[in-house]
Design a protein around this ligand. Structure first.
Ligand code: ADP
Length: 592
């Protein structure tokens, strides 16, 4: 760049000087030639128009033309100095009217060339006595042919100059011009160095700065050394680089924000190019789609059976789709971006709606269950009441009593269900506050033991209580925790055939207390173990209902224990029956 700029400057200056020299040289050479030509004619005219030469020539009156020519030559010889005739560079000839050369300089043997002026004087001039004095600057000679009449004879005095003097001068001038040219060239080279330094150095600095900016290095500003156009350009460039840096920083900032958002958002996001290749995806998308997403992954690989990419690109706003991956239900929202541009593509947002689906399903099931659970006692109440009313006075007293007993039982069951539902609804809406207090865990377990002892006896169960020594006091809602314990223990009694063995054990483990109710009853099949904490879930509906169960007891218990940040689980055990384990924090829930 620098070299080429330098070369350009050298070339410009050389061409400038050469053309200047050529113009000046041509002008000078032409001026000198014209001056010599004009001077030649002026000199000849002055001499020939002088009275003395006229008188001298008039005195020549010889008879023969050769004699006359001799005489005229002698006369003109006397004027040789004034005419500049030296016989070498400027020669004088006298010709007769036929063009025969009568007088020529001594030693001049070359044939005389009949130039335009001489021919004119010998033809036209012989008649009109007009002088032939029109020499061209371009010719390498200048001449004048003067017709003259002596007596009856007509002659032509012809003076021919070979321009030696003018050529000599122009040659010298040419040499001078060449010298000046060489000198000028040397100066131009030196000048170009200087100029290229002053012009090219700031340009080079600007170029280096621009290259740094192109590499993304905005650390240094370019020094502004002058106030000329390059200085202004450098200044503007610095401003532009500054603004570019700000913009890039802002864009990077936005990108970082978006990257963080993409990285941590729970919804999956995958962006595809117009060609259907993945441009961007977040970890959530790979997790939800259970697929490895790389640069080679295509739209078709991930969303087979969904709206085509071209369809999405044409969509006015967005398209929706749904996908099932394993157990998960995914809702897809597909929208085109930068549609009109080559860089555009499609953005797919993946939302996991599995829980939503489950909740909906559970809600539906719950409503169906509630209706069913309430309908059964209602139907019973109605049919018994109907029978009593239709057969009033005809039914034996003990049957009537039995019927009324069923009605009371069923309404109790309904009340029970409604109460349980109310409890759950209070938990769901967060309206049920725990009444925390510190109480003896040991006493609570012992109370439970005594409370269920009679019931266990009725079923011929062997009820054992195993307590670790030094059980600590516990911070919890005593009533609620007792409700949980009671539920677990009653279930053990209910679902163990008469004559079973039930053990209530309790102890402490680090910052928690635990209680396990272990029975050797009917137990729970493996496939149902995960579901018994769900609302209304019962392994054997008939048996549960028979024993007055609502299927809500364990779900209420789980709800209460969760609110205490405790644990209520089925414990693995050997042999038949079930072991339910309750764990509670000694100091109560962390925020409670
Ligand atoms: P229920 O009011 O029907 O007893 P629960 O929520 O207390 O409702 O229990 C849910 C279901 O779990 C019961 O219907 C029963 O099938 C099963 N279950 C609970 N405890 C036991 C147990 N100790 N042994 C066997 N099955 C049990």
């Amino acid at each position: 760049m620098l070299r080429s700029l330098h070369m350009k400057l050298v070339m410009i200056l050389v061409l400038l000087i050469m053309s200047l020299m050529m113009v000046v040289g041509a002008f000078l050479v032409n001026s000198v030639t014209v001056f010599y030509l004009e001077d030649f004619y002026t000199q000849i005219a002055e001499v020939f128009q002088s009275r003395s030469l006229y008188e001298d020539l008039t005195a020549v009156t010889e008879e023969s033309s050769s004699e006359s020519a001799q005489r005229m030559a002698q006369v003109l010889d006397a004027y040789a100095g004034k005419l500049g005739v030296d016989g070498r560079n400027r020669k004088l000839y006298i010709l007769d009217s036929s063009g025969t050369c009568l007088i020529r300089p001594e030693g001049d043997t070359a044939p005389l060339e009949y130039t335009r002026n001489l021919t004119f004087a010998l033809t036209e001039g012989m008649k009109t006595m007009q002088v032939g004095d029109e020499s061209s600057v371009a010719e390498n000679y200048m001449d004048v042919a003067i017709p003259i009449q002596r007596g009856d004879n007509r002659f032509v005095i012809y003076i021919l100059d070979n321009k030696a003097a003018s050529n000599h001068l122009t040659n010298q001038m040419f040499v001078l011009i060449m010298e000046a040219l060489v000198f000028g060239l040397v100066i131009s080279v030196l000048l170009s160095f200087l100029l290229s330094r002053t012009i090219a150095t700031p340009i080079r600095r600007l170029t280096e700065g621009a290259m740094r900016v192109a590499r993304g290095d905005f650390s240094n500003k370019i020094e502004v050394s002058s106030r000329d156009e390059i200085g202004v350009l450098t200044d503007t460039f610095n401003d532009m680089a500054g603004q570019l840096q700000d913009t890039i920083r802002q864009v990077e900032n936005e990108r970082n924000k978006l990257d963080t958002l993409f990285l941590h958002m729970t919804d999956g996001v995958v962006a595809f190019s117009r060609e259907g290749l993945v441009i961007h995806s977040n970890p959530a998308a790979a997790r939800m789609l259970a697929a490895h997403i790389g640069a080679e992954t295509t739209y078709g690989d991930l969303f087979e059976g969904q709206p085509e990419l071209a369809q999405v690109m044409e969509a006015p706003d967005h398209l929706e789709g749904e996908l099932q991956v394993g157990e998960s239900y995914l809702q897809l929202l597909m929208a085109p971006f930068d549609r009109g541009q080559a860089v555009g593509g499609v953005l797919v947002v993946i939302h996991d709606v599995t829980q939503q689906r489950k909740n909906e399903e559970m809600r539906r099931e719950f409503v169906a269950n509630v209706s069913h659970e309430l309908r059964t006692p209602l139907t019973n109440i109605r049919s018994y009441a109907e029978t009593l009313s239709e057969n009033a006075g005809r039914i034996p007293a003990d049957t009537e009593k039995k019927f009324l007993g069923v009605i009371l039982n069923e309404s109790d069951r309904m009340t029970h269900i409604v109460q349980d539902l109310l409890t759950l609804s209070r938990f769901d809406s967060g309206r049920d506050d725990l009444k925390m207090s510190r109480f003896s865990f040991k006493t609570a377990v012992e109370d439970l033991y005594h409370a269920v002892y009679m019931e266990a006896k009725r079923h011929n169960h062997t009820l054992k209580l195993e307590l670790e020594p030094d059980l600590p006091d516990l911070v919890a809602d005593r009533e609620r925790i007792l409700q949980v314990m009671m539920n677990i223990a009653s279930n053990a009694i209910k679902y163990t055939p008469d004559g079973g063995h039930i053990t209530i054990s309790a102890g402490r483990c680090e910052d928690r207390v635990w209680m396990v109710v272990d029975d050797d009853g009917i137990g729970i099949p493996n496939q149902d173990r995960g579901r018994i904490f769900e609302r209304f879930y019962r392994v054997d509906k008939a048996r549960s209902r028979q024993s007055g169960g609502t299927g809500l007891g364990l779900s209420i218990a789980r709800e209460i224990v969760d609110r205490h940040q405790g644990v209520l689980v089925l414990q693995e055990k050997e042999g038949p029956g079930l072991a339910v384990r309750l764990e509670l924090k000694i100091e109560g829930p962390a925020n409670g």
